[in-house]
Design a binder for this molecule. Structure first.
Ligand code: KG4
Ligand code: ZN
Length: 344
């Protein structure tokens, strides 16, 4: 339990994240002290379908969310009366999945007379970096997840501007799709990363738009090149080397991500680069950032805060709390929420 003598002005935020296939509830103390971050993954239920099934996701969230709240509070050693606010991912994400978190957060906040803080899921990924150290602005962020690939200029806390994004597939989506062709279970990102470290870039896939003077990404051509190579080899009965395939795919992805990030840093000369989202867990990406991004401080959240989790939502909510950004009881799920607060 919380120490009676503890400073009465400590602030505790309870946060919810249910935008996709993880049900997560966290408790954050003050600015960046995560007391708990419970994550119930549903991956096993989706694996046999090769991707997330929205209806299955919603049902799982409903089943486990109450237990996650209890566990998060217990692990943090706080009770509802210690809390200062409730935060929740309002979007983007799967509508049914988001609704479970939004309903739970609203119910909890209403029952305990607490203010509600709506959080953009991608702002959550970005603000996970606050767990490493306080952020200095302006900064640039490379956000790479299963649904998004974007370069974001952050002039000040809460002031986000997308300066470049993918025209087609998100980078995590490309990993998962080529992984499926290779017969790997969903999500395939981490497994491809592991295989890549045992192979060489022998297949030389295309690096789309790498020379173009813009901050846009495209991964569908790379994905098609990979699938075609795989199918042609299968038809001819030729064997491909999985380690080299993975290494070749990952080398192409990293060349593109690094080139566009370098271009963005030339256009927006900042001192801090945040790299976040599920794909920020990638070892190859971390190695390339260390080798190729010079003269800026690169902040990458720890592995457990890279994938979807409520801790990152709480870290973003702490900033929103300071700015007085609260929602009323009409708060709803916003599946296509964009960074500018509008729907895509
Ligand atoms: O951010 P996230 O947990 O969920 C979304 O908001 O999309 O990202 C999940 C994505 C999946 O596509 C997964 O394959 C990818 O992140 N991922 C990785 C790695 N770990 C997870 N991709 C590449 N390398 C990894 N080590
Ligand atoms: Zn995410």
């Amino acid at each position: 339990m919380k120490n009676e003598n503890e400073n009465m002005s400590d602030r505790y935020i309870l946060a919810f994240e249910t935008s996709c296939d993880e049900t997560s509830v966290a408790v954050l103390k003050n600015e960046a002290e995560l007391l708990s971050n419970v994550i119930a993954s549903q991956i096993k239920s989706h694996q046999r379908f090769g991707g997330v099934v929205p209806e299955v996701a919603s049902r799982h969230h409903v089943e486990v969310i109450t237990a996650c709240i209890t566990e998060a509070l217990e692990e943090a050693g706080v009770t509802a009366k210690d809390l200062s606010a409730v935060a929740v991912t309002e979007g983007p994400g799967l509508v049914g999945a988001l609704l479970v978190g939004v309903s739970a957060a609203k119910t909890f906040a209403w029952a305990h007379g607490l203010p509600l803080i709506p959080v953009n899921h991608m702002a959550g990924h970005l603000m996970a970096a606050r767990h490493v150290q306080p952020l200095n602005y302006p900064l640039l962020a490379l956000l790479v997840s299963g649904g998004h690939t974007e370069l974001v200029y952050v002039a000040a806390p809460g002031d986000y501007k997308i300066v470049g994004e993918t025209r087609d597939d998100a980078v995590g989506e490309a990993y998962d799709k080529v992984g499926r062709v290779m017969g790997l279970p969903y999500p395939a990102g981490r497994l491809i990363d592991e295989l890549a470290h045992k192979g060489q870039d022998t297949y030389h896939f295309p690096r789309a738009m790498i020379k173009e003077d813009n901050l846009e990404f495209s991964f569908s051509g790379l994905k098609s090149a990979f699938i075609n190579l795989h199918h042609n080899a299968a038809q001819k009965g030729e064997d491909l080397v999985p380690e080299d395939l993975a290494a070749s795919f990952q080398a192409a992805v990293m060349d593109i991500l690094i080139a566009k990030t370098q271009k963005a840093l030339e256009r927006y000369p900042v001192k801090t680069l945040v790299v976040a989202g599920g794909v920020a867990a990638n070892r190859g990406l971390r190695e390339r950032l260390a080798a190729d991004i010079k003269d800026v401080e690169v902040i990458i959240p720890p592995l457990r805060l890279c994938g979807d989790n409520a801790g990152m939502i709480a870290l973003a909510a702490a900033v929103a709390y300071d700015q007085g950004q609260f929602a009323d009881w009409s708060l709803n799920a916003r599946p296509s929420l964009a960074f500018d607060g509008l729907e895509d």
